[in-house]
Design a protein. Structure first.
Length: 225
């Protein structure tokens, strides 16, 4: 169940973008300084800067996204180049509408929170299908993995701070903070389930032991019949 206030709902309604794939955001930002690039170079720069760690990128859709950006006038072909015996490659540059779209999109993403639907949240919404003791053990497994990932990411970030200005690491800091927040919350829930202090856990356990529906579920079925 998701609880949202009216103001949050208004913020959460994202504008319908002409090209809404987040790879398009990365490509527009890549071209923003004004240096034309061909698709192969764009892909190489995105890989070298680790963009697949910051957003969901499907490399197979790169050319489709570029074509969509060009079709909507956000980028344009400015020429071509050839390296050795390789085929001629089209160079693309950002247009003024592309700059405006990038700026507007960035302002929206930074200022307006929007609901996300992580897989864990989906599982938690129907967690009652598993017995509480099993859930506690599964959460413990998740915690071990989270703690290992947090340790690895924290050490990597500490190493980069010695060579890279912090402004270029803030997305990594954010990702690490979210990992730590998830681990803290999961640790608390796992402990409550394991210790039996979570309100409703006794009814949850009884449901799996007896197979009988909770009264609230029976009432819901009657109301929606």
């Amino acid at each position: 169940m998701r609880i949202l206030g009216d103001e949050y709902r208004r913020w959460a309604v994202a504008k319908r973008r002409k090209v809404g794939n987040l790879m398009a955001l990365a490509l527009l930002a890549l071209l923003r300084p004004g240096v034309p690039m061909h698709p192969y170079q764009m892909a190489n720069v995105l890989r070298r800067t680790g963009k697949e760690r910051d957003m969901k990128i499907k490399w197979g859709s790169l050319y489709t996204v570029i074509q969509n950006l060009e079709r909507h006038g956000l980028i344009e072909a400015t020429g071509s180049d050839r390296a050795g015996r390789r085929p001629e490659r089209t160079l693309y540059a950002i247009t003024e509408p592309g700059r405006a779209e990038l700026t507007d999109w960035m302002r929206e993403l930074v200022a307006a929170p929007e609901p996300e639907f992580p897989r864990l949240e989906a599982a938690l919404s129907v967690i009652g299908v598993l017995p509480p003791d099993e859930v506690a053990e599964l959460l413990a497994q998740r915690l071990r993995r989270l703690d290992a990932e947090i340790d690895t990411e924290a050490r990597a970030l500490d190493g980069m701070r010695a060579e890279v200005p912090r402004v270029f690491l803030i997305e990594a800091e954010y990702a690490l903070a979210m990992r730590r927040a998830e681990a803290e919350w999961v640790r608390s829930l796992q402990r409550e389930i394991a210790e039996g202090t979570l309100p409703g856990v006794a009814e949850w356990r009884a449901y799996h032991e007896t197979g009988g529906y909770p009264p609230e579920w029976t009432q819901l079925l009657e109301e929606t019949r």
